[in-house]
Ligand binder design. Structure first.
Ligand code: NAD
Length: 248
């Protein structure tokens, strides 16, 4: 039988790329999907073995359907999907435009909806599998600047539960990981020195997470060790959520 297959969205860099690397280390085959061709190419080049490259915008239903068609054509199976692609626009509520709002929700929420809907039939043909949605601690607590981003991630956590309930009969488990801060390109773009200080003050472990630490949790939720876990949100956040301390 061929090795299991994982599709990782937003896989060209950051948490998604580290997750793809982890799957390859564990002997899985990987389909790496990203909207940015340069990021996708450099991500693919950095991996230790070949992957299926998928240039795709997760908010475009036709492109998502085509990506799944290519996964079927190449591998004939799909065991896990990591809905990791996301964007962050941090602005005060009164400065957040309708366009900002729509784009953040389209990528962070509609993307995982479309991808899961497209992927589930192929997963079910092989007896099921596991989907992991990448949310954020910004969806667990309200804070300034994150009206669109935080709302998209809070909704994604509820979508996770809806998907878990409906897809259980197909043998598909669905869980979410809510990362605390990780020093990726996204964080470098939106985490000001004030935001960084705020996070450090609120995290018992007093440091940013590593991409590999997120990949370990995501892999756990896709693998055999988590067969009885579905509909859950696991915060991988250095203890942030446990303290009850909010951000400003
Ligand atoms: P990143 O910006 O480094 O990587 C995100 C990737 O997604 C990029 O390669 C980008 O090109 C791709 N992407 C963006 N829009 C896309 C689209 N429409 N279709 C397909 N691909 C698209 O970010 P990251 O920090 O690795 O974030 C990964 C996930 O983790 C995101 O969902 C993010 O919201 C979440 N997250 C990150 C942090 C953090 O501190 N870095 C914290 C909490 C949650």
């Amino acid at each position: 039988m061929s090795a299991r297959v994982a599709l990782v969205t937003g896989g060209g860099r950051g948490i998604g790329l580290a997750t793809a690397r982890r799957f390859l280390e564990e002997g899985w085959q990987v389909a790496l999907l990203d909207v940015n061709p340069d990021v996708l190419a450099s991500g693919v080049a950095s991996l230790p073995s070949p992957v299926l490259e998928l240039l795709c915008d997760v908010s475009d239903s036709a492109a998502v359907a085509e990506a799944i068609r290519r996964v079927r054509e190449r591998f004939g199976r799909l065991d896990s999907v990591v809905n990791n692609a996301g964007i962050a626009i941090f602005k005060p509520l009164l400065e957040t435009t309708e366009e900002d709002w729509s784009r953040v929700l389209a990528v962070n929420l509609t993307g995982p909806f479309l991808m899961t809907q497209a992927a589930a039939p192929l997963m079910a043909e092989g007896g099921g599998g596991a989907i992991v949605n990448i949310a954020s601690i910004s969806g667990l607590r309200a804070s300034t600047l994150r009206v669109a981003y935080g709302t998209s991630k809070a909704a994604l956590m509820h979508l996770t539960k809806q998907q878990a309930v409906e897809l259980a009969s197909l043998g598909i488990r669905v869980n979410a990981v809510a990362p605390g801060p990780v020093d990726t390109a996204m964080a470098k773009a939106v985490h000001t020195p004030e935001i960084r200080a705020d996070y450090h003050a609120a995290m018992p472990l007093n440091r940013y997470g590593l991409e590999s630490e997120l990949a370990a949790a995501i892999f756990f939720l896709c693998g055999d060790q988590s067969h009885y876990i579905t509909g859950q949100v696991i915060a991988v956040d250095g203890g942030f959520e446990a303290t009850g301390i909010g951000l400003t």
